[in-house]
Design a protein around this ligand. Structure first.
Ligand SMILES: Nc1ncnc2c1ncn2[C@@H]1O[C@H](COP(=O)(O)OP(=O)(O)OP(=O)(O)O)[C@@H](O)[C@H]1O
Ligand SMILES: [Mg+2]
Length: 704
């Protein structure tokens, strides 16, 4: 017999995913069925098709704190082991070699106190229970001992606990590292999280505090002490500013402000409940969180960063612009309605203009018309209602994007260390793999980044580890693993999906013609499929599952342009940022020395870098904006971005093609680092999907 009676196997189950069963008869090669008894005592004749079911590990091995100790390391074995640890020992952490697998307990556990940090400090990874602190300690120790930079790479689907893990690691470093020089630097490093989250996190159907941007924070050290930090941000989901799906929300900061509308310092802004603004009420989402208290936290964090969140000058055009209502359409009409939605008496228009310091007539003109140039003459072409609404949304998204960038640059300035640093530890917390009913450009970028991240895991877990065995002359049979390079090539290779998209952005605006080119070029690829439904869509077979993307909107979103007329509108704003050291009262301060005017740019579309350039530029201090004072971070935030950020729009790209490759900078960067430790977070226990998405990180090996 190949498998004797009594051997235990895992069989797939539609409800429990896998169920353990015992052979009631010997199995011999060529048998068509297995005779099994399930754990509930029922019997089953299991037909053998192409493959034998995976074997169970001896029970004594389940519960081991390193999955590598398992005799059989396959999907059911991993799930079972994690389950046993979680349910029987309340253990949320398990190692798999250099990877730490974390299960989100969705409840506070008493394992993150300062005593626990000190208990892990100075200890070896194997001496203690698996923990995010153990991984952080390992990185810290390697850095201190060998002077090598380190990275913690955190991956997992939305809601799995990536951001929470990143924050525990940051707390570990600031606690054991202490600070050199500025004694409040550790507080500032930690305060960066609530600030970034207020502006870049939102409630989604998966997570009440979902990061809608990627973040790479590099903590600098000298003599093993924290000296400062730098944050890079990637691909903020700007579309959320103007649209939220059901049960989702816009960025937290909007609700925090609306919930605090009664505060004396927020008077004069026309703030009201979030349910009254189109941009904050589309998800029809009951709060479920204390937004007013959260604003206090945000303000406290700003204070720690040496900044006033709310003060004079909170006369914030952006707050108004994003929540206010050129959209409160005074002329609702059908699709054929070509009238523009703005009337001079519109209340929202008045507020917008007042806060932005701009004339109503200009706003009405440029939100509702485009400039047309023909041989020497310029015309004003009225926009249709839909075009005007798109125009309004483009303006709102652009403004928020600038505010976010600008805020990140200010946070960076507060975290900058005057003396620099010798070594660093980076923590990468990007958005996890996403798959919704409707997947658009944002999901495509997110999943592409995750595909690259997966490749990095593969590199460390399989290639490098096995190469080390060979170098050390350890007898070893190479484990084959699923290399996702072909999928990456489909996306970013020559004539890949991105290449064709960038091409389409140059020549036309049609999502449909791009879709046709995709089909012509890639239908033969094993990772590409065309859905049966008669619509422009494509399927990519990612490492974590097949995702169908709807082509509509890709070209426009990738181009990420804003009409020149709208940029001009913002430039006309009389609101100016506060000058260096001006503190409060910035709205009347002198004009910032921005970049030379680019009014002469040809064409009616402001040529900007495509969306991926946000990745490239993320976190870099903006030269024009960095003239403000750190003390006035928010003060200036409220007044300057609209005007000075616009003055300092990024230079046009040197050609669009291939820009998306920049989206992977952080990953390449971490690859270049000396060592990388990985955390893989898992979502709700025993929901099959999250666990499955973790599996491709695991060695698919069955010894023997
Ligand atoms: N170790 C933990 N202990 C207790 N609660 C946790 C832990 N990890 C995560 N959580 C809870 O789960 C929630 C979601 O976690 P988190 O925001 O870190 O997910 P994420 O992986 O960053 O998701 P996204 O990709 O949507 O940003 C947290 O707000 C927190 O309430
Ligand atoms: Mg997150």
């Amino acid at each position: 017999a190949i498998w004797p009676r009594g051997a235990r196997v895992w069989i797939p189950d539609s409800v429990q995913v896998w169920r353990a069963a015992e052979l009631t008869r010997d199995y011999k090669e060529g048998d068509a069925v297995l005779h099994l008894r399930l754990e509930d005592g029922s019997t089953l004749v299991y037909p053998l098709e192409s493959q034998l079911p995976p074997l169970c590990n001896p029970e004594c091995l389940s519960g081991k704190d390193d999955l590598v100790a398992l005799s059989y390391l396959h999907e059911p074995a991993v799930l079972h082991s994690l389950r046993v640890r979680f349910l029987e020992a309340n253990a949320i952490y398990t190692y798999c070699g250099i990877i730490l697998v974390a299960i989100n307990p969705y409840k506070p556990l008493p394992i993150y106190e300062e005593e626990v940090i000190y208990a892990y400090s100075g200890r070896e990874m194997g001496d203690m229970d698996p923990h995010i602190f153990a991984l952080a300690e390992e990185a810290y120790k390697q850095m201190v001992r060998f002077g090598k930079n380190q990275s913690l790479i955190i991956s997992g689907e939305s809601g799995a606990g990536k951001t929470a893990s990143a924050k525990y690691a940051m707390r570990y470093f600031t606690t054991v590292g202490g600070c050199l020089g500025d004694s409040s630097m550790e507080e500032k490093v930690l305060a960066s999280s609530p600030v970034m989250e207020a502006f870049g996190n939102a409630k989604t159907t998966r997570n009440d505090n979902s990061s809608r941007f990627g973040k790479y924070i590099e903590i600098g050290f000298s003599q093993a002490r924290v000296t400062g930090a730098t944050i890079k941000t990637y691909l903020l989901e700007k579309s959320r500013v103007t649209f939220q799906a059901g049960a989702e929300r816009n960025y937290h900061i909007f609700y925090q402000l609306c919930a605090s509308a009664a505060l004396p310092e927020l008077q004069g802004l026309g703030l009201r409940g979030a349910e009254t603004f189109h941009y904050t009420r589309q998800g029809r989402c009951a709060a479920g969180m204390d937004d007013a208290a959260d604003l206090d936290n945000t303000r406290h964090a700003f204070n720690l960063l040496g900044t006033v969140l709310v003060g004079h000058g909170w006369g914030t055009p952006w707050g108004r612009a994003h929540s206010a209502r050129p959209h409160r359409d005074p002329h609702p009409g059908g699709a054929g309605d070509t009238s523009v939605p703005l009337q001079p008496a519109d209340e929202a228009l008045r507020w917008f203009c007042k806060l932005l310091g701009i004339e109503e007539v200009q706003v009405t003109r440029w939100l509702c018309h485009r400039k047309l140039m023909t041989a020497g003459e310029t015309y004003l072409k009225p926009l249709s209602r839909q075009q005007a609404l798109d125009s309004r949304d483009a303006l709102a998204k652009h403004m928020y994007g600038q505010v976010f960038r600008w805020m990140a640059s200010r946070v960076n300035r507060a975290l900058r260390s005057p003396e620099g640093h010798h070594t660093s530890i980076g923590i990468l917390d990007i958005y996890g793999f996403e798959m919704f009913e409707f997947n658009s450009f944002e999901q495509f970028c997110i999943n592409y980044a995750n595909e690259k991240l997966q490749q990095l895991f593969n590199l460390h877990v399989f290639k490098l580890e096995q190469e080390e065995y060979v170098t050390e002359e350890i007898p070893w049979v190479f484990v084959d693993f699923c290399d996702n390079q072909p999928c990456i090539e489909l996306i970013d290779g020559r004539l890949g999906i991105l290449d064709l998209l960038n091409e389409e952005c140059k020549v036309g605006t049609s999502d449909g013609s791009w879709a046709q080119k995709l089909y012509q070029t890639h239908l033969g690829s094993s990772h590409f499929q065309k859905p049966k439904r008669p619509m422009d869509a494509f399927i990519v077979c990612h490492f974590a599952g097949k995702v169908e993307y709807q082509c509509s909107g890709f070209v426009e979103k990738n181009r990420d342009t804003i009409p020149e007329e709208l940029v001009g509108l913002l430039r006309a704003s009389k609101v100016r940022a506060s000058p260096v050291g001006a503190g409060r009262g910035g709205s009347s301060g002198p004009r910032l020395p921005g970049r030379p005017s680019r009014r002469s740019l040809p064409g009616s579309q402001r040529s900007k870098k495509s969306i991926s350039s946000q990745v490239q530029d993320g976190g870099a201090p903006n030269p024009a904006l960095s003239q403000g004072t750190p003390q006035a971070l928010l003060l200036a935030l409220t007044t300057s971005p609209l005007c000075s950020a616009v003055q300092s729009l990024p230079e046009p790209a040197d050609g669009d093609a291939g820009q998306h490759h920049a989206a992977l900078r952080p990953l390449h960067q971490t690859q270049r680092r000396e060592a990388a430790l990985c955390v893989s977070a898992v979502g709700a226990p025993w929901d099959p999907l999250p666990a499955m998405s973790l599996l491709p990180c695991m060695p698919w090996c069955t010894p023997g």
